[in-house]
Design a protein around this ligand. Structure first.
Ligand SMILES: [Zn+2]
Length: 390
């Protein structure tokens, strides 16, 4: 570990670490790693959702792969930032319960090869807490004797949830939760929106600054949020046929942001054909396919998160004034109307219906069916007139 923390924080930060919001210890640590000119083989970034781990990992990846240490904004820097550099591998668990052994075998095989364009290869594994069993064992061997010029960056929300054998082979870098005010101020300045709009973006993406920024920049994703909220708004007077229709429409509207991803991927493959060997090209294709299903999961997660935040807004409205404020201020009239007719336990059950939908989708129930069941449950809980109960 380079120098003591107090020495580290005295230095000014340079790109690409100067942009890491609220994480100056991590930023200084990574700057020192790069200045030492001999990065380690494996790092574990641990911290809650929204603490900026992914942003830091991308910045570190830039620094490791760019010839100028990520200080310029060259093609390499941009490709790493968009996770499209052939030596920057971003891997997320492919199985319902976590990483599958084939993924790790693929990592080991790519790690054994020479880099495609840069002087190193970087493997970024999200959710290292979902590494277990055969997949974890296979990775352990590689972490023990890593191929030269290879750096592993593992991400986890909680260091204690990662197998101790894996943690012990990594340099652990803790990230703290960025306070909401700081996150809101940063986001609204970065994308030029009001604090209320920044709150909407943060809430739709579960509190992650990076994802919130991407969310706000995507017109398609913002439209999908509005479509979800409109579907919830219409539930108060929807008959069964309209509920089914609403679920169907949401599934169709989800395609718009994913079509954008598809177009970006096609472009990436097009560029890949210019400089990748057949083997690397097919690996890129596989990687993109996985990335696409990841984006699909994210998009689904986003509409469920929007639904949760709308229900929470109703709950906030039920609480004594001043404790908290609703997030979805653009739907405030509807939220207030809904709050007038419900009681807290029913909201809690509506929230449980969203969690149940998430579980069903994870276990491969069709999205449309899961949304239908969820919308019916929310309608029952929030919009069916009940006798005095509870
Ligand atoms: Zn660069």
């Amino acid at each position: 570990m380079p120098e003591s923390a107090s020495n580290l924080t005295a230095r000014p930060l340079a790109p690409p670490f100067d942009s890491l919001v609220g994480q100056s210890t991590a930023a200084h640590f990574l700057t020192a790693v790069m200045q030492s000119n001999s990065p380690g083989h494996a790092y574990l970034f641990s911290g809650p959702l929204g603490s900026g781990k992914t942003e830091a990992a991308r910045a570190f990846g830039r620094a490791l792969l760019c010839d100028n240490g990520g200080t310029d904004d060259c093609d390499t820097c941009r490709r790493v930032a968009h996770a499209t550099h052939p030596d920057f591998h971003v891997i997320a668990p492919a199985g319902v319960r976590g990483y599958v052994i084939e993924q790790i075998q693929e990592i080991i095989s790519s790690a054994g090869m020479t880099p495609v364009r840069a002087r190193r290869k970087v493997f970024l594994l999200t959710r290292a807490d979902l590494l277990a069993g055969a997949a974890a064992n296979a990775l352990l061997k590689t972490l023990e004797e890593p191929p030269p010029d290879t750096v592993f960056i593992l991400l986890a929300r909680n260091r204690d949830a990662v197998l101790e054998t894996i943690v012990s082979r990594c340099q652990v870098l803790p990230f703290r939760r960025i306070p909401e005010d700081e996150a809101l101020a940063t986001l609204s300045e970065k994308i030029g929106v009001s604090s209320e709009e920044a709150r909407i973006a943060l809430s739709a993406t579960g509190g992650s600054l990076l994802y919130a920024e991407e969310f706000w920049r995507s017109r398609e994703r913002r439209n999908l949020r509005v479509a979800m909220l409109e579907a919830l708004e219409r539930l108060s007077h929807a008959d069964d046929a309209s509920v089914l229709e609403a679920a169907k429409e949401l599934v169709i509207k989800m395609k718009a942001p994913l079509d954008v991803v598809k177009r970006e991927q096609e472009l990436q493959l097009e560029q890949g054909r210019d400089f990748l060997s057949a083997g690397n090209l097919s690996r890129l294709e596989q990687q993109l396919r996985r990335e696409f299903s990841g984006r699909e999961r994210e998009t689904i997660g986003e509409i469920l998160e929007v639904t949760r935040s709308w229900i929470r807004d109703v709950m906030v409205t039920l609480m004594p004034t001043g404790t908290q404020r609703p997030v979805n201020v653009d739907f405030i009239a509807n939220i207030q109307r809904t709050a007038e007719r419900v009681q807290m336990p029913r909201c809690t059950r509506a929230l449980a219906a969203v969690d149940e939908a998430a579980r069903q989708i994870q276990y491969n129930v069709s999205l449309q069916l899961a949304l239908e069941v969820m919308l019916f449950s929310i309608r029952t809980e929030l919009f069916t007139i009940q006798d005095r109960e509870m």
